[in-house]
Design a binder for this molecule. Sequence first.
Ligand code: PA5
Length: 425
Amino acid sequence: DIGAALASAADPGVERATLDDLDEQVAVAHERIEQGRNKGEFGYASLNLLEATDAETIHDAVAPVADAESVITVGIGGSALGAKTITEALAEDPGSHVVLDNVDPEHVRRTLDGLSLADTAINVVSRSGTTAETLANFLVVREAYEDRGVDWTERIVVTTGESGPLRALADQHDLPTLPVPEGVPGRFSALSAVGLVPPAILGIDIEGLLAGGQQAADDLAPSLYDSPAYAYGAMAYALEEAGATVNAVMPYAERLESFGEWFAQLWAESLGKDGRGQTPARALGATDQHSQLQLYRAGHRDKVVTFVRPRERADVSIPDPDHEDLSYLAGTDLGGLIDAEYEATVASLPAADRPALEVEIDRLDAESVGELLYAMEAACVLVGELADVETFTQPAVEWGKNATRALIRGEATDETAVIDERERL
Ligand code: PA5
């Protein structure tokens, strides 16, 4: 809903005339994006991912572990958040997918202690095959399986590039492997083997996810007025230009909480360059109405709130109250209540001259989630074009990865020189 950001005197806000001017830039950006897609250029190839992803190949690779009751993903960042978002939104049992991304030793130990490893498939994902956190956690997980007498080589699927230590380990142990897609940075790879192995093992409709993504791809058009993905991207860009340097994503569905985490990576890592980029903030409706909303409605005028909700959801009726003061709840249900909270909160921002954007999906099913993920990726690519930043690189992230490896190996590099200098001070 573009209206809420245009409404009255929202500050930061966007005039309709500004948006009309911006639409010409959207048409130019769309042409550039299509050219990149047609040539399969690095990064732009992300928006062709659906054609490159073969659901059958993924089903074949996971067949040996399809009996698993749960999955443990060993990966980090773009190699974990897509699968986490999808399974949290769509798995029948939300606890059936565990992500081991961090290397907090107590967390790793507690996570492994809480799992029945004989019933758990291992999904190791690393595009580069060199990420320290992923490789270290993989070795720890492997040993935990051995300690409990479970043959980890029979319970594993590896998704990685053509070379690197993880590929070498997979070859050494003859493990089933899936390739990472060519020309697609990790954070854009949710709708490939990188994000689809855990859903496939847990019986989630991966074909539906891909079909939903295709729907969003088919909806891309050279005008923000004709393309929901570009409408969102153009508004986010225009609001950033107007001063909304923070984008708080607030889904009204517990099952979309990790979507906020996925979005945060996509937006921050792609657009945080050259002194630009909205800072993504994470909130959850209706819970954060009782905390962060105060700031969003009355704090610095540097924010836009992006509301996300499914139009339909399974409902729970609220039992008739036996107290007069609660009679307003009689005959209602939790879905009605959360929708009322949503409507009230969305309206409360323009009423305080603050911008709000709405993103609605039909329901929490595979098609809608696939559509949402693809549309946000396309929106992000558009913002990158409008802002003229290198959307598909992540030099600051690589700096940290290189520094970590060099520190652990005791090597002297440009990165460790900076660390030594800080310690000297
Ligand atoms: O999006 C990115 O580039 C990062 O978040 C990577 O996905 C993350 O660092 C993990 O890298 P890799 O898949 O090489 O292990």
